[in-house]
Design a protein around this ligand. Structure first.
Ligand code: ADP
Ligand code: MG
Length: 260
C-alpha cells in the first residue's frame, strides 16, 4: 500500500526524522489558512498524488509549463497567492512520467515551508529479498530517478546491508555519510537522520522508504524534502494507523476490489 508524501512526512516526524513544516489542504481556502499558519517568505505548493515526478510533470489542461510542485515567493498578500496557486492545481489532472498519459487528478495539496537547498542527495531503505535484509541505498544524484542513475552512473550508488539483529550501526551511517561527501556536523546529523529513518521503517513494516531528494540546507542541516513510503500489505493487520491512511482515489480499482 502507498501513502501520500504529507502522510509519510507526518509519520517520519514522529520518529524524529527532520522534515520541513507543512500542512495538508483540500481547498484553496485551506491552502490560504495553511500559508498564514506557516508564515515565511517562500512556500511550496505540492500536489499530493501517489506518483513521483510531480515537479517535472505538467497539468493536462494548463500547458503553461508549470508543474505539480510550485515554489511561491510571497509578497504583501501571500495567503491569496497561495490560494490562487492552489485553485490552479486542485481538481486538475497532473501528468508525470509515473502517472502515464491519463494523469491523475489532484485532490489534496501539501503547503510546505520553502527550504534553502545547498545539495540534493538520494536515500532509500528497502527490503532486499535476496539477502532478506533491509538495504540502505544512497547516491549523490538527488532529484534523479534511481533507475536512471543505476543505468548511467552505477558507480554513484552506494549500498549497505543491515543485519536485522544488530540493526543500523554507526559504521553504516559513516559509510553513507562519507560517500555522500558530508562533513563535520553533517555526519552527526546524517547519523541521527538515518537512525530515525531505520526505526520508522522497521516499526511501521515498510517495504520501501525513498527520500528523493534528501537535502543539505544552506545552514548545513540534513532534511527530507520528499518522502515516498510503501507498506507490506501482509502486515497491515497490525498497523491500523497505516491502514487508515489508504486513499482509495489513488488506487487501481482492480487492486482495491481484490483487497476488499
Ligand atoms: P517529485 O519527486 O514528485 O518531483 P519533490 O518533492 O521531490 O517531488 O519535489 C521536486 C523538487 O521541488 C525537489 O527536487 C526540490 O528541488 C523542489 N522542492 C520540493 N519541496 C521543496 C521545499 N519544501 N522547498 C524548496 N524546494 C522544494
Ligand atoms: Mg522527489
Amino acid at each position: 500500500m502507498n501513502i501520500h508524501e504529507y502522510q509519510a512526512k507526518a509519520l517520519l516526524r514522529d520518529f524524529g526524522v527532520a522534515v520541513p513544516a507543512g500542512q495538508v489542504a483540500y481547498t484553496p481556502n485551506e491552502a490560504a489558512k495553511a500559508a498564514e499558519a506557516l508564515g515565511g517568505d517562500v512556500l511550496v505548493v505540492k500536489s499530493q498524488i501517489h506518483a513521483g515526478g510531480r515537479g517535472a510533470g505538467h497539468f493536462a489542461e494548463q500547458p503553461d509549463g508549470k508543474g505539480g510542485v510550485r515554489v511561491v515567493k510571497l509578497g504583501a498578500n501571500g495567503s491569496a497567492q497561495i490560494a490562487d496557486t492552489a485553485a490552479a492545481m486542485l481538481g486538475h489532472t497532473l501528468v508525470t512520467k509515473q502517472t502515464g498519459a491519463a494523469g491523475q487528478e489532484v485532490r489534496r495539496l501539501y503547503i510546505e515551508a520553502g527550504v534553502d537547498i545547498a545539495r540534493e542527495l538520494y536515500l532509500a531503505l528497502l527490503i532486499d529479498r535476496a539477502s532478506s535484509r533491509v538495504t540502505l541505498i544512497a547516491s549523490t544524484e538527488g532529484g534523479m530517478e534511481i533507475e536512471e542513475v543505476a543505468e548511467q552512473t552505477p558507480e554513484k550508488i552506494i549500498q549497505a546491508s543491515i543485519d536485522p539483529v544488530a540493526g543500523l550501526q554507526g559504521f553504516h551511517a559513516r559509510k553513507i555519510a562519507f560517500a555522500l561527501g558530508l562533513q563535520g556536523a553533517q555526519i552527526k546529523a546524517a547519523t541521527a537522520f538515518l537512525t530515525s529513518l531505520y526505526q520508522a521503517f522497521t516499526a511501521l513494516d515498510a517495504a520501501l522508504l525513498e527520500i528523493n531528494p534528501l537535502v543539505v540546507t544552506g545552514e548545513g542541516e540534513i532534511i527530507a524534502l520528499d518522502a515516498k513510503m510503501n507498506f507490506d500489505d501482509n502486515a497491515l493487520y497490525r498497523q491500523p494507523q497505516i491502514a487508515a491512511l489508504r486513499d482509495e482515489d489513488e488506487e487501481d480499482p482492480a487492486e482495491l476490489a481484490a483487497t476488499q
